[in-house]
Design a protein around this ligand. Structure first.
Ligand code: 5GP
Ligand code: MN
Length: 350
């Protein structure tokens, strides 16, 4: 079971003491449910406490998260650069959530580096690169949103939690655990969930708002990818899916439409590693998911300028889609031993 460094949380909390200070919250680029939920949940909490808060998202987030209520002003850096830069210049405290490396904010990196006030990081990814003055980094948390709730509790801020805070943090925990299907062995996760449910939130409704809110074209894209694009590399117990820009256009791609797609091949018995390649302008975005002991983050960091968690990682390759796919396949023999080992360990469990 985890031990929480209460003293550290308290020290960092004291940075927030003068409530007149202006706080800027920043999640990572292409924010997922946890990045959005932890940023908005923390933002709403701090507003309820009397702070001035702005949330700057590096780029826009999927429409199925639009219903989450933010009391703080939100700015999208990519489309509102001037406003975002002005807010960063005016900020006294920067709180970065759900990322471990400043490069994860994309285009916004330089503006963050120039931030002159105190910087705090709240994150659950391994091996954080230090770019903040204060660090709460703990990989035993299911999600940054779960950490934010502990932060709130330890600082005795629960009196400032309301339904909007609880809903946002619930979204973060729900999405980062795949609706409570992975990273759920710590009792603390359910303790936090149980506390959040006391704030009159409707967990069934929240699930439906996120997962029953997709477009028909997104579902057709999923069907197309699984039916026509998924390649099973049996010897390596690996599945790959690659998608071109043209294919995405054919399915009226909207941000978030490929979120979760990489998880599907892991449902196949015997598959321990799943990789999704998405063609972007000038580069390829990769998503990695693994089962058991196979370190998706190591492969991402070693070969694709990336990183992440053991079982969920991502990266980028500045090459053509076809070359990237080829490079990946050529790497697999080097990982055969680790893939086989992970697979054998899993077989013992089934
Ligand atoms: P996803 O596949 O959902 O985009 O990302 C899964 C996880 O991989 C994220 O939570 C994050 O930890 C990590 N990740 C994704 N993309 C990158 C990247 O470009 N660089 C690094 N260092 N980590 C990434
Ligand atoms: Mn997260």
């Amino acid at each position: 079971m985890k031990t929480v460094d209460t003293e550290l949380f308290k020290t960092i909390g004291s940075v927030l003491d003068p409530i007149e200070k202006k706080i800027v919250i920043v999640p990572h680029h292409n924010p997922d449910g946890d990045a959005i939920g932890s940023a908005i949940g923390l933002g709403n909490l701090l507003i309820n406490r009397g702070h001035k808060v702005v949330i700057i998202f590096p780029n826009d987030y999927p429409a199925y998260y639009n219903w989450i209520e933010s009391k703080a002003k939100t700015v999208i850096y990519n489309s509102q650069k001037k406003i975002a830069k002005r807010e960063l210049e005016a900020g006294d405290i920067l709180i970065c959530v759900d990322f471990n490396d400043i490069s994860r904010v994309g285009n916004m990196e330089k503006s963050l580096q120039n931030f002159e006030g105190q910087k705090i990081l709240i994150d659950h990814h391994p091996e954080p690169k230090v770019f903040c003055d204060f660090l709460i980094s703990d990989t035993t948390y299911s999600s940054t949103s779960e950490m934010v709730f502990d932060f709130i509790s330890i600082l005795d801020f629960e009196k400032f939690v309301d339904k909007s805070v609880a809903e946002s943090l619930y979204v973060g925990i729900m999405t980062d655990t795949g609706s409570f299907s992975h990273n759920i062995s710590e009792p603390n996760t359910f303790k936090v969930i149980s506390n959040l449910l006391k704030f009159d939130i409707n967990a069934d409704e929240i699930h439906a708002k996120v997962y029953h809110n997709y477009s028909a074209s997104r579902m057709r894209l999923l069907g197309y990818c699984l039916n026509q694009k998924m390649e099973i590399l049996e010897e390596y117990q690996t599945a790959v899916i690659s998608i071109t820009q043209d294919e995405l256009k054919n399915f009226n791609f909207a941000p978030g439409d490929t979120e979760g797609l990489v998880n599907y091949p892991l449902s196949i018995s015997g598959i321990v590693f799943s990789v999704l390649f998405i063609e972007k302008e000038g580069h390829v975005k990769l998503s990695f998911r693994s089962k058991g002991l196979f370190p998706a983050n190591q492969l991402a960091a070693n070969h694709f300028n990336g990183g992440g968690h053991l079982n969920a990682a991502g990266g980028e390759d500045f090459d053509e889609l076809e070359n990237s796919l080829l490079k990946f396949k050529q790497l697999l023999p080097d990982y055969l031993h680790q893939l086989t080992k992970a697979s054998n360990e899993l077989k013992k469990l089934v």
